[in-house]
Design a protein around this ligand. Structure first.
Ligand SMILES: Cc1ncc(COP(=O)(O)O)c(C=O)c1O
Length: 401
């Protein structure tokens, strides 16, 4: 018998965006003309002063390992930055730098639950698929909390309360949110805090990687609510704000968990890229005009795509409060074109209209009663947005019954 993969490896989930992207790239390589709304990363280069800081770090010989928690300059800059945005005092010692914000999802689950002990983690659905796959693979129990279209993609606090048990160890929040673009507003956060005060055993992972891309109201974090900071793991990073996805820099803040996170980094990556850490210092504490320019562009594109999508018969799209995703309801469109569901529609759009999107099933099971959705990442130029939605409209014109 040949060596076998573990059951764990066989059951590991993935980010379907990467799978669809491979499908799209294959079609493009075969010569198909595809307008893609699949990829969740800014389409801008990192700001020039950030690039210069990276080059300077290379030339200055910053080639070795750093402490696992990161260079003190970045921990200090990130502590100040995250604290200022949330009105909190954050100590640099409580900040840990990682290779992106993503690894902290696993580190948090690993640091707050025990394998096979029945520990429960409540997480948003639809949501970033890595939440569910990391909960499951690390032997905890995934407990979905539905984001409701009627609530602008926030959840019903009564549903949260009903899902909490003595086994609940961790709640994952994401605002602004992938894939819906929804945000948790101040009222939502107050409601959550009121519930959590009754359950002091629950940690909260605040995935705030899109914090700077908030379009409705101002960004707010659960960590800023009274009594919440100690239990909140604030997670932010360089990827989305400064267009640095490939540089791989994320940072978290939590006093009690920072030493555990540091050990996880020692056990996995050793440290984040030394060069990228210096570039991130420049990003976090340098001039912000590029970040502001990118935010303004994303807002302009949001307004454009939402307007255009709502002009297509059968599509109903809310203006997303943040991030760079539109999450239109396509229930009516599926009916009008005789399709079973959003995944059927996604395939038709790819193969017949030349438009690549993701379907709701790539972000967990569908929310009961909320119909069918597809996700557009509008981190692409206005011309592509116009062309892509025109193609969809033309396809609908041909296929509606
Ligand atoms: C909700 C959410 N959290 C975390 C991440 C990971 O970001 P990073 O590139 O910093 O690992 C992403 C990236 O797509 C995301 O959408």
């Amino acid at each position: 018998m040949n060596p076998q993969l573990s059951k764990r490896a066989n059951s590991l989930g993935t980010e379907n965006a990467f799978v669809v992207l491979a499908e799209v790239n294959k079609l493009i390589a075969e010569g198909y003309d595809i307008t893609s709304f699949c990829i969740g990363q800014p389409d801008f280069p990192a700001p020039m002063h950030v690039q210069e800081a990276g080059i300077e770090a290379i030339r200055a010989g910053k080639h070795g390992y750093t402490p696992s928690a990161g260079i003190m300059e970045l921990r200090q800059a990130a502590a100040q930055y995250m604290g200022d945005m949330r009105g909190l005092q954050i100590d640099a010692e409580d900040v840990v730098v990682g290779s992106g914000a993503k690894p902290f999802i696993a580190y948090t689950i690993l640091s707050t639950t025990d394998y096979g002990a029945g520990d429960e983690v409540i997480y948003p659905v639809p949501g970033f698929p890595i939440y569910e796959s990391q909960i499951t693979i690390n032997g905890a129990v995934p407990v979905p909390l539905y984001l409701r279209e009627a609530r602008n993609f926030a959840f019903d606090p009564n549903e949260l309360e009903a899902k909490i048990t003595p086994k609940t160890k961790l709640l994952i929040l994401n605002s602004p949110q992938n894939p819906t673009g929804g945000i948790l507003n101040k009222q939502n956060l107050e409601d959550i805090a009121t519930i959590l005060r009754k359950h002091p055993q629950i940690w909260v992972f605040c995935d705030e990687i899109y914090s700077r891309l908030t379009f409705e109201g101002s960004f707010a974090s659960l960590a800023s609510e009274p009594d919440m900071q100690e239990r909140c793991i604030i997670s932010d990073g360089a990827s989305k704000t400064w267009a640095m996805t490939g540089w791989r820099i994320g940072f978290t803040a939590n006093k009690a968990l920072a030493p555990a996170f540091t050990k996880w980094v020692t056990n996995t990556d050793s440290c984040a890229s030394h060069i990228s850490q210096w570039a991130a210092v420049a990003a976090v504490s340098g001039p912000q005009h590029d970040a502001e320019m990118m935010r303004a562009k994303f807002l302009e594109r949001r307004n454009l795509i939402v307007k255009l999508l709502n002009e297509v018969p059968g599509i109903n799209c809310q203006a997303s409060g943040g991030a760079f995703y539109a999450w239109p309801n396509v229930t009516e469109l599926c009916k009008m074109t005789g399709l079973n569901d959003s995944e059927d529609l996604r395939r038709k759009l790819l193969y017949e209209a030349g438009v690549a999107v993701l379907a709701d099933i790539h972000f967990g099971h569908r929310v009961p009663g909320d119909g069918q959705h597809i996700r557009f990442s509008y981190a692409t130029q206005n011309e592509n947005i116009v062309k892509g939605v025109e193609r969809i409209a033309a396809w609908v014109g041909k296929n509606r019954r």
